[in-house]
Design a protein around this ligand. Structure first.
Ligand code: F6P
Length: 322
């Protein structure tokens, strides 16, 4: 048997741990592995090479992905996918492991449905927004990076009695924002799934905090928040109230860095399990965690509604910011 592995979409800490586990578990089962460069684009360009246990030495602790990644428009075309399937079959590949987020899984699902290439998914995105799994690779690391950064901001915020707006990643997901806000004791949080969130509510929350004697405040803003992002909100607050505030955009800092132990462990478990299941003939699935147990989820479930941050957590963040 021969399988190919690729990382696709936004990179996430823990992807290297998953690649390593795919290669070494395959080695243990005498399965050959091809590493595909630059995600789906590398499939289109037939840019792949054999990976051995030695070629994945010393990568478990590294962020990013040794295979590289890309967002690939060409894969949207059915003719391109059909050609990819022919190329994979010609190369003797009879299984594909895709490490990525919803866009990558959508591509894998279509490829599998149209061509029958057996596909396995490993959830790799810092956004933690895939249906059916409580965790995705990279989320724990990104969360801890954001928390550490905001703890530092908190020091200077309280030294100057200042308001800070800190923007975290999440174009369409508030998981990082809300959980960072809880962990940092933020005074307010804005994120895309919160229908109640508005500029006026934020102003009220800040005012209530100041009336309770707070001198400094931190507002966590998700990148995709509907109120326009940290810079826009900051400008508005400055114009309306003359506040001497500061804006920090954490951006891609959250995507890099050495994965936490948890992300290395998930990457290792999912990588090995994906190989075991492909070898046993399972196809069109992705792996996840539910109630602490590893689960296999039908790939088609990637089209389900994305999990939103729990409303109780939003309430808790508000109560604890008193
Ligand atoms: O999906 C992961 C993610 O980091 C999102 O949180 C963010 O909105 C997006 O990728 C940024 O993508 P890019 O690196 O292409 O700018």
């Amino acid at each position: 048997m021969k399988i190919a592995v690729l990382t696709s979409g936004g990179d996430a800490p823990g992807m290297n741990a998953a690649i390593r586990a795919v290669v070494r578990q395959a080695d243990a089962l005498k399965i050959e592995v091809y590493g595909v460069k630059r995600g789906l684009q590398g499939l289109v360009d037939q840019e792949w090479r054999p990976l051995t246990s030695r070629s994945v030495s010393n990568i478990i602790q590294r962020g990013g992905t040794i295979l590289g990644t890309a967002r690939c428009q060409a894969f949207l075309l059915p003719a391109v996918r059909a050609q990819v399937a022919r190329d994979l079959r010609d190369a003797g590949v009879d299984g594909l492991v895709v490490i990525g987020g919803d866009g990558s899984f959508t591509a894998a699902e279509v490829l599998n449905r149209e061509t029958g290439i057996p596909c396995a998914g490993i959830p790799g995105t810092i956004d933690n927004d895939l249906p059916g799994t409580e965790r995705t690779l990279g989320y724990d690391t990104a969360l801890n990076t954001a928390v550490e950064a905001i703890d530092r901001v908190r020091d200077t915020a309280s030294a100057h009695d200042r308001l800070f707006l800190v923007e975290v990643m999440g174009r369409s997901s508030g998981m990082i924002a809300l959980n960072t806000a809880i962990a940092c004791g933020a005074e307010a949080v804005l994120y895309p799934e919160d229908e109640q969130s508005s500029y006026e509510v934020l102003v009220e929350q800040l005012r209530a905090g100041w009336e309770r004697g707070k001198k400094s405040s931190i507002v966590v803003v998700a990148e995709g928040d509907q109120n326009g992002g940290a810079f826009h909100i900051g400008e508005r607050l400055h114009q309306d109230y003359g506040l001497d505030l500061r804006v920090v955009v954490l951006g891609h800092v959250q995507r890099g860095g050495s994965p936490t132990a948890l992300d290395r462990i998930y990457g290792s478990q999912w990588g090995a399990e994906a190989v075991n299941r492909l070898a046993a003939g399972e196809t069109a699935f992705y792996l996840g965690i539910q109630g602490g147990e590893m689960v296999s989820i039908p790939l088609a479930r990637v089209h389900d509604q994305k999990p939103a941050p729990p409303k109780e957590l939003a309430l808790l963040a508000q109560v604890l910011s008193r």
